[in-house]
Design a binder for this molecule. Structure first.
Ligand SMILES: O=C(O)CCC(=O)C(=O)O
Ligand SMILES: [Fe+2]
Length: 421
């Protein structure tokens, strides 16, 4: 491996290793933890800061069986999810994530670069996970295009087990509320927030009752909140990446003549390709618009590049074909090839008709590479977007290629680049 490749890989590790969730504890006054619940005329009352086993059993018995969403349908299957739920119409309490300053913590810790963007949390359900309850691995069903994640608040009721396992991009983390509470002496609730594309699973509760509120997180206008000084987010820091990049930019041996860096985006983004030419004509540029919607480490990356005055753009990398990485083409606009009939090579078509730039080709020495991109991180395979087209060979056949969203960064030559000092 060349020295440059090694340096880029160690730089990329700071991005790739950043978890797509945040968690912590939050001090809450006891009076905010009184829960009133019931579906009939008379409501019951439980103090979630000092709940007895008997109180919790009563609450569990008042719940309905929890369902879960598959393809916009609610499904009941106790081999997949065993838990109780109350809809928002069947309970009430003073505690609101928006008021408690929790959104501020989520913005700071999870959203990072986008922390200036307003977000709001919509209360979804109260859940009770009693002994042997669980919720197998799933991703939450997005309720709208602006929903970007979920927030779970766990109350300090006696329980063991019921940790939340989170999985993304072949990595796994665990948020164990029972263990978190064991380390706290102050009255508090525990919270965990994660992006919508994070798979998660509630492991079986061994003893006691795990009581939660779940919220859907949206980009959108801000709820009023008060900053509570007692929030202790587990910080997931971005500064090692910034420091390392700065070091590299200062080093005259790093890309001495300047160059182009590529980062595969880590998160999934909805991208409408159908009819792309139509909205381009109206002046809509989805790849440019995506810059303000970047999530988590993708957003951090953009912000740091901007700090260093590096030109950054979201582009589409096309990779052809059959899993082989023989031909790669980069396009700075959305391409809809669903109606295209290709009687030439895909890379040629993209270059001729969509302004694509050839990164790598195998079919002959005469093919020119348009630009060289030094890849720092790869886009996870799950984030690929399929793009169909019709290929003419001996006859017409349906073919497809895969596109990957990436952030392309221009680095100036040594001595001619800023390091934000
Ligand atoms: O309780 C939790 O930690 C997560 C619950 C969950 O995944 C859900 O309600 O969709
Ligand atoms: Fe979930």
């Amino acid at each position: 491996m060349s020295a440059l490749k090694r340096e880029l890989r160690s730089l990329g590790a700071f991005i790739t290793n950043k978890p797509p969730y945040c968690s912590g504890t939050l001090a809450v006054p006891n009076e905010d933890l009184i829960l009133f619940y019931g579906k009939d005329g008379v409501a019951s009352r439980i103090d979630l800061s000092h709940a007895s086993e008997e109180d919790l059993k009563h609450l569990a018995e008042a719940c309905d069986v929890a369902t879960f969403g598959i393809a916009q349908r609610d499904v009941l299957d106790e081999s997949y999810r065993k838990a109780g739920k109350l809809d928002t119409s069947a309970f009430s309490m003073q505690f609101h994530a928006g008021d408690a300053g929790l959104l501020e913590a989520v913005k700071t810790d999870l959203m990072e670069a986008q922390r200036q963007r307003p977000i709001r949390a919509e209360l979804y359900k109260l859940n009770v996970y009693g002994p042997k309850s669980f919720f197998k691995s799933h991703v939450d069903t997005p309720r709208s295009e602006t929903m970007f994640g979920s927030l779970v608040v766990v109350f300090r009721t006696p329980h063991k087990g019921g940790a939340l396992a989170l999985r993304h991009d072949n990595q796994e983390w665990t948020f164990d509320s029972a263990a978190t509470f064991a380390e706290q002496s102050e009255p508090c609730v525990a919270y965990v927030a994660f992006y919508s594309d994070v798979e998660h699973e509630v492991l079986p509760v061994e003893t006691g009752y795990r009581v939660t509120l779940t919220y859907n997180l949206y980009f959108g206008s801000e709820d009023p909140y008060h900053t509570v000084p007692n929030i202790h987010p587990n910080p997931l820091t971005e500064s090692p990446f910034r420091d390392r990049l700065k070091e590299l930019l200062k080093n005259p041996a790093f890309l001495p003549l300047g160059g182009t860096l590529g980062f595969g985006l880590r998160h999934q983004y909805p991208l409408k390709t159908k009819g792309a030419w139509r909205y381009e004509r109206k002046g809509v540029h989805p790849l440019k618009d995506l810059l303000v919607y970047l999530k988590g480490s993708d957003a951090v990356l953009l912000r740091i590049c901007r700090e260093f005055h590096l030109n950054a753009s979201v582009q589409l990398l096309f990779r052809d074909t059959n899993g082989k990485r023989d031909v790669e083409v980069l396009c700075d606009r959305v391409v809809d090839m669903s109606d295209d009939c290709l009687d030439t090579q895909l890379w040629f078509h993209l270059r001729e008709n969509y302004g694509g730039k050839l990164l790598r080709a195998v079919d002959g020495p005469e093919q020119q590479q348009d630009i060289e991109v030094h890849w720092v991180t790869e886009t996870p395979k799950v984030n690929s977007i399929e793009s169909p087209y019709i290929a003419y060979g001996n006859g017409a056949s349906a073919a497809h290629t895969y596109m990957y969203l990436c952030l392309i960064i221009e680095v100036g030559k040594a001595g001619n680049r800023e390091t934000a000092e």
